[in-house]
Design a protein around this ligand. Structure first.
Ligand code: PLP
Length: 386
């Protein structure tokens, strides 16, 4: 049995989600736009799921545009806003933080090449951008500010409410990528003009995302068509959307059941973190001094003299022992580039490459954590003594 501690890359489908999806995978063929009974049933199911997802972030169902991923939702938000402003406005400046998801940073780079003035805000050693830095760069010519709710590599919670206030004070729009935060900590769409969600980070299916668009916020569709109130064309992914709705409901239920901030997950995460630090002299937590998601810890491993160890080797050995973790983001794992998040926090390339991310879920158990800790002394002896 694999001990799966890579839940920021993706999560297992919850049994409740699977059950909700099955009738839509194997039931009668139905396009939600069709006029007959099965079409109507599919339409109702999509509507119910939309309401479940909206409830998780305090939105109205009509404010959600279903997408094929969080990456698409973020592109739809930023391009959907900017393509409108280009026509009406002289704003030419956009802002994002240095630790956004790689697909968001690639979009900002693309926009820079198209002539937008782009500011990438640095972060400090804790992984946090400074609001005074933001206030110093946002002006009346700023069209949009994008700041993720929680970082996928370190779990660090970003100052999104303050950033939104600064953006709005200058008439700029505010987008936040809450793909990692929603379902794990309370997320309220009220601070944002646009908010990105993903189903597969909360025990829903892959290939489904959603974008919250505040009523009245400028938006031009990337994909034209009559679906999603003309904001995203394409026949709806009915089973995926239904699964997303079930996952959002389950996440809300978990948070309502006396565990709003994921304290139970945090308890296990803290046990793992403290256990690793006790068994691996010189290990340090990246981003560990500030508020984080309850499920994430990112640890930098060193040898007896404080020199960074090769975390890839550690990852491989853990994998052989049936323990799945990752080096930073799933997308950068396997590549040789050190994490852009950790280097933005001031780590050297070698230090970043000596770091592993452990991300838990509501299904993680104390026995699993203890099994991981049980492997560490031998791994330490091998890697550090070798
Ligand atoms: N945004 C963040 C913060 C993420 O962690 C991820 C997942 O890796 C994404 C966006 C992309 O999610 P999706 O796979 O739904 O496009």
């Amino acid at each position: 049995m694999t001990i799966y501690l890579d839940n920021n890359a993706t999560t297992a489908l919850a049994p409740e989600v699977r059950e909700a999806m099955l009738p839509h995978l194997f039931g009668p063929a139905a396009n939600p736009s069709s006029p007959h009974g099965p079409g109507m049933a599919a339409r109702l199911a999509v509507g119910e799921a939309r309401a479940q997802i909206a409830a998780l972030i305090g939105a109205k169902p009509a404010d959600l545009v279903m997408t094929g991923s969080a990456a698409e939702a973020t592109h739809a938000a930023i391009l959907g806003a900017l393509r409108t402003l280009e026509e009406t406005d002289h704003s030419s400046h956009i802002v994002a933080t240095a630790v956004e998801h790689p697909s968001t940073l690639a979009l900002f780079e693309d926009l820079r090449q198209q002539g937008w003035r782009v500011t990438i805000l640095p972060v400090n050693a804790d992984g946090l951008p400074s609001l005074s830095d933001l206030a110093a760069v946002v002006t009346e010519r700023t069209a949009l500010v994008s700041m993720m709710w929680a970082n996928n590599e370190t779990g660090v919670l970003m100052p999104v409410a303050g950033a939104s206030a600064i953006a709005h004070a200058h008439g700029a729009l505010f987008h936040t990528d809450a793909a990692q935060a929603a379902g794990r900590v309370p997320v309220d769409c009220g601070i944002a003009d646009y908010l990105t969600l993903s189903a597969h980070k909360m025990h829903g299916p892959k290939g489904v995302g959603a974008l919250y668009v505040r009523k009245g916020a400028p938006f031009r569709p990337l994909v034209h068509g009559h679906q999603e109130r003309r904001r995203r064309g394409g026949t709806e992914n009915v089973p995926g959307i239904v699964g997303f709705g079930a996952a959002a409901s389950l996440a809300a239920l978990w948070m309502d059941e006396g565990d709003p901030g994921g304290e139970l997950v945090a308890f296990l995460r803290d046990r793992l973190e403290a256990g690793i630090l006790a068994r691996w002299p010189g290990a340090q937590v990246n981003g560990g001094r500030v508020a984080r998601l309850p499920n994430t810890t990112n640890i930098r491993f060193a040898d007896g003299r404080g020199r960074p160890v090769d975390a890839e080797e550690l990852l491989t050995r853990l994998d052989r022992a049936g323990i799945a973790v990752s080096m930073g983001a799933a997308c950068s794992s396997g590549g040789n580039e050190p994490s852009h998040v950790l280097t933005a926090m001031g780590l050297s390339g070698a230090e970043a490459s000596a770091s592993l991310r452990f991300s838990l879920s509501r299904y993680s158990t104390a026995a699993e954590i203890d099994a991981v800790l049980g492997e560490l002394p031998a791994l330490h002896a091998r890697l550090v003594a070798a």
